[in-house]
Write a protein that binds this ligand. Sequence first.
Ligand SMILES: Cc1cc2nc3c(=O)[nH]c(=O)nc-3n(C[C@H](O)[C@H](O)[C@H](O)COP(=O)(O)OP(=O)(O)OC[C@H]3O[C@@H](n4cnc5c(N)ncnc54)[C@H](O)[C@@H]3O)c2cc1C
Length: 268
Amino acid sequence: MNSHKNARLTSSRSPIASGSLGERNDVHCVSIEHKLGIKASPTAVLQYGDHGGAVGYLVGQENRGLEYMFIMMNSARYAVGMQGIAIAERAYQHAVAYAKERVQSRPVDGSLNASAPIIHHPDVKRMLMTMRAYTEGCRAMASVAAAAYDATHHHPDADTRKQNQAFYEYLVPLVKGYSTEMSLEVASLGVQVHGGMGFIEETGAAHLRDAKILTIYEGTTAIQANDLVGRKTARDGGQVAKGIAAQIEKTEAELAKRESAEAQAVAK
Ligand SMILES: Cc1cc2nc3c(=O)[nH]c(=O)nc-3n(C[C@H](O)[C@H](O)[C@H](O)COP(=O)(O)OP(=O)(O)OC[C@H]3O[C@@H](n4cnc5c(N)ncnc54)[C@H](O)[C@@H]3O)c2cc1C
């Protein structure tokens, strides 16, 4: 970084201010990356400052970079979690459709006396139900996080906005970390449901390969765990975590009451 150049370029007569083309910055593309399964990746290796020093520009105020970065990071991590849920949902839908069509032997539980679509095999049912439960559970978690995010920005009460902000930020590493690891498991089960056909590109393998990147970019799963335990839990002495645990207990109690009311109605 060359601070002298930086000062000159950010003055009112600078190319940035006028919108005209400035001097070439010392940033060079040294290679295009070839990534696992990504055939049209536009990502590249950029080299900064090898020919005299690249110029950096301050975005926003000094010493607030980490704070700004986390606004972007929370949003990117949430979005990657959603990618995991989307891949899992697609893998599940493909697997169900295939399991209804593929006919292979009699179910081991004796429920049918002839070769049947594989969805009738208890082990295939187990796989499909696992896929669905993981996917729906993660979608529910992501929806709760999204609702908290909306409340963070639009709730009329300032304290409620603040509480929702903390709750949303707490959920982000869970949405990112758990939903992406879950998508790998679901995509793997999807390949398994397809048997040998799962290795054919159009039917299954692509979901598994596409899901792998999600546990890596925008912070690996271990980095999400560090964020959850350190920044989101230990830093405030576990206040947000305890609040969430209390909310879960309250919901449990409400559900138990509802169940007993229904049970009483049935008993009558
Ligand atoms: C397809 C793809 C696209 C990408 N796109 C971009 C992009 O557009 N822009 C960009 O800037 N980057 C991009 N990346 C880079 C990506 O964000 C990083 O690769 C990712 O954040 C992991 O960082 P790293 O490679 O330095 O791994 P490392 O930090 O070296 O991690 C290696 C291993 O060590 C573990 N580890 C590291 N630190 C800790 C720790 N403190 N505690 C526990 N375990 C730890 C990790 O979990 C991992 O298992 C992309 C990567 C890929 C594969």
